[in-house]
Design a protein around this ligand. Structure first.
Ligand SMILES: Nc1ncnc2c1ncn2[C@@H]1O[C@H](COP(=O)(O)OP(=O)(O)OP(=O)(O)O)[C@@H](O)[C@H]1O
Length: 292
């Protein structure tokens, strides 16, 4: 980590800026408790030849209502961190707490009511219709009548801007943007207060990408979601983020508002925001009110 002092408004590691307003009725935690609390996290992958440390004493705290974007170079462990928050991956050491519980326990039944995950390529079941894909987490509970599940899935489809005419389609009949919307409807089927997005606009053309960002932004506001996102796309980053956390040197080296993070003296940040992409980053800073 750079020894330089962070500019004003920028925090290193775990500091937590004030969250934006939002209401989440299914969020059963005390008001100000972090939605995600990562403390002294070590992630280590071992093979017969070597041991690779991905995260070392990583701290990160995410408050209710934030849209926190994780950025970092390839292999810095952004996706692994999402998987740890989702409870799919265990930490070697340290704690990952989600909604007041150890993330490892999210794997239990009903986890989709606490955290929704949008995987990079949608991860739809190719043999299921759109409606069956969206309904899947509710069907897995095996407690609700079929008609209720169907109605809930239809409501969620409508919420992501897809009419009933799409319900019987197969994933192979959908455009990239529609696949993302169906996957988002599935992630939200049980009204989780926390939504994880892995490269939500990757592979989309600029128009679909804009449309998907607009949708995410309005859902964030209307549902009072807390969002953790991994993205390499500057437009998506600036349009949606209330805070950016930068992963480098195996930890969060800086976190804060986009305009403050950009000013942090670290080679990755300079290359990511101020290299060839710098001009676009500056335009975006002027364009998006969240970013300044
Ligand atoms: N289950 C695993 N076993 C061994 N190594 C793994 C495992 N999962 C991830 N890794 C390694 O951990 C590192 C971080 O992976 P991760 O996918 O989180 O990177 P990332 O920051 O998301 O990168 P990118 O931006 O390229 O997608 C990589 O070197 C990857 O090969």
């Amino acid at each position: 980590m750079s020894a330089a002092r962070p500019p004003e408004g920028l925090s290193t590691a775990a500091a937590r800026p004030s969250s934006i307003q939002g209401d989440s009725s299914s969020f059963a935690q005390a008001g100000d408790a972090p939605v995600v609390e990562i403390s002294k996290l070590w992630t280590v992958f071992r093979s017969p030849e070597r041991e690779t440390v991905i995260h070392q004493d990583l701290d990160l705290s995410i408050s209710r209502g934030e849209v926190l974007s994780l950025v970092g170079g390839s292999g810095t462990g952004k996706t692994v961190l999402l998987r740890q928050i989702l409870g799919l991956e265990r930490a070697a050491r340290g704690q990952v707490t989600v909604l007041g519980r150890p993330a490892a326990r999210l794997g239990e039944r009903g986890a989709a009511s606490r955290v929704g995950m949008l995987f990079q390529h949608g991860a739809l079941f190719s043999a299921f219709t759109v409606l069956e894909n969206v309904a899947f987490p509710l069907r897995e509970l095996k407690t609700l009548p079929g008609a209720l599940i169907r109605d809930a899935a239809m409501v969620k489809l409508q919420m992501v801007g897809l009419g009933p005419e799409h319900a019987r389609k197969m994933p192979s009949d959908l455009s990239g943007g529609m696949i993302k919307r169906v996957a988002l409807a599935r992630a939200l089927i049980m009204d989780p207060p926390l939504l994880l997005l892995d490269e939500p606009t990757a592979g989309l053309d600029p128009e679909s990408s804009d449309g998907f960002c607009t949708l995410l932004r309005s859902l964030h506001r209307e549902l009072g979601l807390t969002v953790v996102m991994v993205t390499h796309d500057l437009d998506t980053l600036f349009e949606l983020s209330t805070r950016i956390a930068v992963l480098a040197d195996r930890k969060v080296i800086a976190s804060g508002r986009p305009k403050d993070v950009i000013a942090f003296p670290h080679p990755f940040i300079r290359d990511f925001f101020l290299g060839e992409r710098g001009q676009r980053a500056m335009e975006l800073l002027r364009e998006y009110p969240f970013a300044v």
